[in-house]
Write a protein that binds this ligand. Sequence first.
Ligand SMILES: CC(C)(COP(=O)(O)OP(=O)(O)OC[C@H]1O[C@@H](n2cnc3c(N)ncnc32)[C@H](O)[C@@H]1OP(=O)(O)O)[C@@H](O)C(=O)NCCC(=O)NCCS
Length: 154
Amino acid sequence: MSVAADAHSLSIKAIEDGDIPEVIALWQRCGSTRPWNDPAADIALARKESKESNATVLLGRDDGALVASVLVGHDGHRGWVYYVTVDPDRRHEGFGRAIMNAAEAWLRARGILKLQLMVRKDNAEVHAFYRSVGYYNQETVTFAKWLDGREPTP
Ligand SMILES: CC(C)(COP(=O)(O)OP(=O)(O)OC[C@H]1O[C@@H](n2cnc3c(N)ncnc32)[C@H](O)[C@@H]1OP(=O)(O)O)[C@@H](O)C(=O)NCCC(=O)NCCS
């Protein structure tokens, strides 16, 4: 898949085994990892599910360099994205918009018509990004529960 992003054309492909260390390094550089989430395990789970075609990780490369990623999947009803990240040295070049467009296309192709995502309340810059690419605040409250019995995390 090739997506235009400003002057660049972003080549987008699903993750392969050899991409994993580079993707985790990108997520760490972007502050997208959390102590309670193991990124390698998250990738493995998304790819396991992808065999049933309901989740994957899409990567955006510019001239071969990994610049953007998104973990996209659906629960049979709504689509969700996680780890929406653009290399800190390559921001504001349209890659964030391009990788979100790719996630939307991936979901649309599977008959999923609504994409939802969670952003922390105080992350005003990321709110601005999502508004710019067409998302609106649904004013819902998210409830969560760890299914392995651990205590709540933020
Ligand atoms: C959020 C993020 C993915 C944006 O990537 P990006 O490649 O810089 O975004 P784009 O260049 O495609 O910008 C698309 C639009 O969002 C706007 N935008 C992007 N970053 C913005 C910011 N920090 N503040 C305000 N607006 C912003 C751009 O101005 C642009 O709007 P326009 O088309 O109306 O001019 C990137 O900053 C990032 O990786 N952040 C760290 C990880 C993160 O927090 N991800 C979100 C997890 S919920």
